[in-house]
Design a protein around this ligand. Structure first.
Ligand code: BGC
Length: 747
């Protein structure tokens, strides 16, 4: 089998060379830049099509016009809306990730796409990053475990995943120009591993170069990142696609490993890798070999996707909006929601006892699929929590809904598209035909900053409006709450806040929701607080609330899954893939101030963000990494640890469902070096298992730790090393709830 694959690869390389020889410089150049906003150029003479790409992680984005940032307005491009990457990671279930990948890949193929611009696998460094909802976790191991099956699922459909954004795309402020200073150890241990696994373990066909700079160079012109690490060390032979507008300089981009320049402007011939490159080659400044290298990578991608070559007729065709896609999406949504707190077993509610249910809060009735930036989609449908509750309760009960708080109209700063806006100042755009615009790198940060200031000023103006309107809304909601069998608050964030293009100003709930929750708790101790959002929020009322349920943007079946959990048809099994701090001030990015700045940031905390930081500083978060409750309970026992000669460590332990309902536990294994030679985080997640058990049943779990589970990156050796010595193995239900401990000695 292996020889067959090698032979196949050799044949493909020969085919690539043959095609390349036949191509003129113009034809090659046509292939390496956008010919439409989401399509690259092809070579019709040689039957080489352009690559058709589409966002994004939560489903296949609606069709855009070729040369305007305006949706085409078709009625045939609504799709299944998948749980966001943050929701997916909260399932801690690689199988669900594989299924979601299959759904996304099939839908992308069904819509005729070659490359789907997903998944987003950047590490969540600060809870304020606007795009955190598109990313998976603060932990590289958990990210890898979800990303790898997701990518495999996509690519089984003969569609390329485009893993984004390489690398360290950790903030939206000044996103096109910000320079991030990051040391090697931090890159290799925190920001690289998921990308390395995407390439080596999942075989990702394409990678998107990020907008930001890393250590002085834009990611799409960064030889260290693209040539030395991605291709050199990891052996990536797929295509690197620039983020839209991520290429700035012709020579730099031509001579480093970015293969396809995409952008948000319709002046396709003026892209850096278009006419300017052709001129530079013709006058001898740049060697044509630079273009050949890119074309090879793109042709290889096309062979893999069966777009060209002998296998062309065998390419899968995909399908979108199938009933089984919706079923899989529902299962994932159910597994993604996290029960943060449940005193007095307030949840689940007994349907039979509910004659009058009061639901309060705008997220009960809100549709989220159409927002957030490039991850927005045109969903076939989206069941909001209120609809889910009503569908599930039926006509025997009265459901009364109150908005509770005021959300100002979304301020549409400019009509055509936020994405192009983010590359130009709004003032520049007003009244202009975007077709005439190009970007000015010298003024871009300033333009962007003015937009940010305007956004903040608008938010200030909104505050007065919110406060005024909330008076009546609060009073109505509080009054209604007094007279009901149960009261559910559904609040949180939305994509006016969790969005591409800007970061959050703080970690607080918007629209005075905290004040409303406090008032509701005064009249209803048994208030069920549920929140939907894409990133952690402060919960100053957390000790008073008895039940708190958290959901990320969970896809088209959010409401169905939500009702299933509220009424106990579904036993929650989601776990936090990121730390929920008590207040933003507790986070390392608040302390070191190296987040959300313009121009440059230094990631001076190194490895210490997320739980690694909270551990080191002994700061108690509101809810820790890995936390999540169930309607049943689990016990852990009998940890055995056996070090093998192969430097593998085999673990076994038993989990038992000691409660009364079927449910799933996520057993997490952390490794904690005892007296390490190098500076090491107190503990790090290395593996985990999700186990579903019927009441009274138990299962023996076997897991393996590999040498890499004990290793750290030594920048002097430029290699990972696992020092000999003792390591504590911690097995637990969360980063804080450690149930079993043992020690292994590494020779
Ligand atoms: C985003 C990418 C997206 C691309 C195409 C960019 O602004 O950063 O994530 O895939 O646009 O829409």
């Amino acid at each position: 089998m292996k020889t067959e694959i090698r032979n196949g690869a050799k044949k493909t390389e020969k085919e690539i060379e043959k095609l390349l020889k036949k191509m003129t410089l113009e034809e090659k150049i046509a292939m390496i830049h956008g010919a439409a906003l989401f399509r690259s150029g092809g070579v019709p003479r040689l039957d080489i099509p352009g690559l058709s790409t589409s966002d994004g992680p939560m489903g296949v984005r609606a069709e855009f016009m070729d040369d305007r940032w305006i949706p085409a307005g078709n009625n045939d491009d609504a799709v299944s809306y998948l749980p966001s990457n943050s929701a997916l990671a909260s399932t801690w279930n690689p199988y669900r990730a594989y299924e979601m990948g299959k759904v996304l890949g099939a839908e992308a193929r069904g819509r005729g796409k070659d490359v789907i611009l997903a998944p987003g696998i950047n590490i969540k460094r600060s809870p304020l990053c606007g795009r955190n909802f598109e990313y998976m976790s603060e932990d590289p191991k958990l990210t890898e475990s979800i990303a790898v099956p997701f990518i495999k699922g996509i690519q089984e459909n003969d569609v390329a995943a485009c893993v984004k954004h390489f690398a360290a795309n950790v903030q939206e402020t000044d996103r096109l120009m910000v320079d991030e200073e990051i040391d090697d150890r931090t890159l290799y241990e925190l920001y690289f591993p998921a990308f390395k696994a995407a390439v080596q373990k999942a075989g990702a066909y394409s990678v998107m170069g990020a907008y930001n700079k890393v250590n002085g160079y834009h990611c799409c012109e960064n030889k260290a990142l693209l040539d030395w690490v991605l291709r050199g060390e990891w052996g990536f032979d797929g295509a690197v696609i620039s983020d839209w507008g991520g290429v700035h300089k012709t020579k730099e981009a031509a001579e480093c490993s970015v293969d396809l320049e995409m952008s948000v402007f319709p002046d396709f011939d003026q892209y850096k890798l278009a006419a300017p490159l052709k001129a530079a080659i013709e006058n001898g400044e740049i060697a044509e070999e630079a273009v050949d290298a890119k074309v090879r990578n793109l042709l290889r991608l096309m062979f893999r996707l069966k777009m060209i070559g002998k296998q062309k007729g065998e390419r899968k065709t995909g399908a979108y909006n199938t009933p089984d896609h919706r079923q899989m999406i529902l299962r994932t949504a159910e597994e993604s929601m996290i029960l943060l707190k449940n005193e007095k077993q307030l949840l689940p509610l007994d349907r039979k006892k509910i004659k009058k249910l009061v639901v309060i809060g705008q997220n009960a009735a809100k549709i989220h699929s159409d927002g957030g930036g490039s991850a927005e989609i045109k969903a076939l449908y989206e069941i909001c929590p209120l609809m889910g509750l009503k569908c599930s309760l039926g006509g025997g009960a009265q459901v009364a809904y109150y908005k509770g708080y005021h959300v100002p109209e979304k301020r549409k700063t400019f009509d055509h598209n936020w994405q192009a806006d983010s590359l130009n100042s709004l003032d520049d755009l007003k009244g202009t035909d975007i077709g005439q615009l190009t970007r000015n790198d010298d003024t871009i940060s300033e333009d962007h900053r003015r937009d940010a200031e305007e956004r903040l000023a608008q938010a200030e103006r909104d505050k007065a409006e919110i406060h005024e309107k909330n008076k009546a809304l609060f009073a109505q909601a509080v009054e209604a709450a007094k007279d009901a069998d149960a009261v559910i608050f559904v609040g949180g964030l939305n994509h006016d806040i969790d969005s591409e293009g800007f970061d959050r100003a703080d970690m607080k709930l918007p629209y005075e929701q905290d004040a409303l929750i406090e008032e509701l708790l005064k009249v209803r101790k048994d208030l069920i607080v549920t929140l939907i959002g894409g990133s952690p929020v402060e919960m100053p009322w957390k000790d008073k609330a008895q039940a708190i349920l958290w959901s990320y943007y969970a896809g088209m079946e959010t409401g169905t899954a939500f009702a299933g959990i509220v009424f106990g048809d579904i036993n929650p099994s989601g776990r936090l893939a990121e730390t929920f701090p008590k207040v933003y001030e507790d986070c390392v990015t608040a302390k070191n101030g190296q987040f959300g700045k313009w121009g440059s940031i230094r990631l001076e905390e190194g490895l210490y963000c997320g739980y690694r930081y909270f551990d080191r500083e002994h700061i108690a978060p509101a809810f820790c990494f890995g936390h999540g409750l169930s309607y049943t309970q689990f016990s852990y026992s009998g940890l055995t640890i056996r070090a093998e000669k192969t430097k593998e460590v085999k673990l076994t332990f038993t989990i038992r469902n000691t409660g009364k309902r079927i449910g799933a536990e996520v057993a997490q294994v952390y490794v904690a070096p005892i007296a390490p030679k190098a500076d090491r985080p107190d503990k790090e997640l290395k593996t985990y298992a999700k186990v579903e058990l019927a009441p009274g049943k138990s299962r023996k779990v076997s897991l393996t730790l590999h040498e890499e589970s004990f290793a750290y990156f030594d920048p002097d050796l430029h290699a990972f090393t696992a020092d000999a010595g003792d390591y504590e193995i911690l097995v637990g239900a969360s980063a804080e709830d450690i149930r079993l401990r043992g020690v292994v000695t590494l020779p």
